[in-house]
Design a protein around this ligand. Structure first.
Ligand SMILES: [Zn+2]
Length: 467
């Protein structure tokens, strides 16, 4: 059996701010870290950048990076890998640190300590307006508006992600890639069924020509799907205006789903596109060197929403990746779960008191010991949640791929929400090992972690490795 690993998500900015060797020393000594998940291609502040606001972690630079943060590729992109796509990847070098190639700089120092380096690659919700050559790559919503996200069914977009992975895995002596994509399908977007989003039921997904062709290839009536989403948009907008259907919100919603099965089919199409990119990247990376590792980040919605959970079949995902990073952020999970319940209670479950819906949802999700909705944000989700979600994932993949839970280390929360003590972090980390995890990935990014919490995670890792 492979030894249990401890990885950490870290942005290249941390090495610029604090120095490469001092940071690596801290990670090894305090966190027992053996693998860096280095944010290498991203435009998203979730895995890169200093903490916003005034809540600095006691290391690094106590100032905002808003003045310079841009995003892009923090390694050196090579043109020859992007010849198969209209997205000129070689022009997407992140300008944040000038010509510095942070992957090339960090690699030898990490290697000399025996650490592995996996590059995190993230598809985001919005790309900067100055991103070149992507004018026709964006999603087009119900009303013909261009979204900030790239369409999965555009062949250039599909090829682009493979190109990024191929470039990094061929040009550098790395150990693999971790793919991030937190975008949800259109049904979930329309009804507000996640913790993070605003409800924008007209802007739910893409209805471009590439999408039409992909739908038709799967026997989905594109026009009917579009009509279904127009009707769903009306339903949601009426709900938000408090115009209750005579049969109630839930019945009206279910009637719409019966009348337009294309709504669900088109939602699944989104996941098909998302998983196809994972498969493309997996195949390309394994073609370079079979020992390179490919991982996939399973986002937090998986912890709250049973419908989303149904769309993430661990047995199926196990065939597409060497490891799954399953988000099990317990501390911030409290307020995020509350947000999810309040979101879904604005639309489909508008007739249900939020506290009662949460109780029922806890039964569906197999959460037995969580605080009620009134106090959950202040309490956070428990270490028992981490244990249960780890066990479920481990059972789900049936030994076919490794499960590396993402552990919450000082992920920012609202003013009145729980701030994790070192003991909280210790308990959560240990719970992942008790649940049978193959290791952990300390998340979301080193730049927001307090060193005493990092040390507490490291203590649990040392115990977990012995278990
Ligand atoms: Zn499209």
């Amino acid at each position: 059996m492979a030894p249990k690993t401890c990885g950490i998500q870290i942005g290249p900015d941390c090495f610029v701010d604090e120095g490469i060797d001092p940071v690596l020393d801290i990670l090894v000594q305090k966190g027992s870290v053996d693998t860096l998940y280095l944010s290498t291609f991203t435009y998203d502040r979730g895995i890169i950048g200093r903490t916003w606001g005034k809540d600095f972690p006691g290391h690094g630079i106590d100032a905002s990076d808003k003045g310079y943060f841009h995003g892009g590729n923090y390694a050196t992109p090579h043109a020859k890998f992007y010849t198969g796509t209209a997205i000129k990847g070689e022009k997407l070098k992140a300008p944040d640190f000038g010509d510095r190639d942070m992957l090339a700089e960090v690699l030898p120092n990490a290697r000399s300590r025996g650490m592995k380096v996996i590059c995190s690659i993230q598809d985001g919700f919005a790309y900067p307006a100055d991103m070149p050559f992507v004018e026709d790559m964006h999603e087009i919503d119900l009303q013909g508006r261009k979204s900030g996200a790239l369409c999965f069914f555009n062949p250039d977009v599909r090829e682009f992600w493979t190109s990024v992975a191929r470039d990094l895995c061929s040009s550098y002596d790395i150990d693999g890639v971790l793919l991030f994509n937190e975008r949800n399908g259109p049904l979930l977007n329309a009804i507000g069924a996640s913790h993070a989003q605003l409800i924008d039921s007209a802007g739910v997904t893409c209805f471009c020509e590439h999408h039409r062709r992909a739908a038709e290839a799967r026997g989905i009536d594109f026009q009917r799907a579009k009509e279904g989403y127009v009707e769903l948009n009306k339903f949601v907008q009426q709900a938000l205006r408090d115009q209750r259907p005579s049969d109630g919100y839930y019945v009206a919603f279910e009637r719409l789903m019966l009348r337009y099965p294309e709504i669900m089919a088109y939602n699944q199409l989104f996941d098909v596109g998302k998983h196809r990119i994972l498969k493309d990247v997996y195949t390309a990376v394994k073609g370079i060197r079979s020992e390179l590792q490919v991982g996939f980040h399973i986002e937090h919605t998986n912890s709250f929403n049973p419908l989303y959970r149904a769309s993430r079949d661990y047995a199926e995902l196990a065939g597409l990746a060497d490891f799954l990073k399953v988000v099990e952020y317990n501390n911030c999970g409290g307020e995020r779960y509350v947000n999810f319940i309040h979101n879904i209670c604005q639309t489909v479950f508008r007739d249900v008191p939020p506290g009662e819906l949460m109780q029922m949802n806890n039964h569906l999700l197999n959460y037995a010991h969580e605080a009620p909705i009134e106090t959950l944000a202040a309490a956070g989700l428990s270490p028992d949640y981490v244990l249960r979600e780890t066990q479920r994932a481990v059972e789900g993949v049936g030994g076919k791929c490794r499960i590396l839970p993402g552990i919450d280390v000082n992920i920012p929360t609202g003013e009145k929400s729980r701030k994790a003590s070192p003991e909280d972090t210790y308990e959560a980390t240990l719970s992942a090992f008790k649940g049978g995890a193959d290791g952990v990935i300390l998340s979301r990014k080193y730049s927001e972690m307090r060193l005493d919490n990092l040390a507490a995670a490291g203590r649990a890792v040392r115990e977990g490795r012995l278990s």
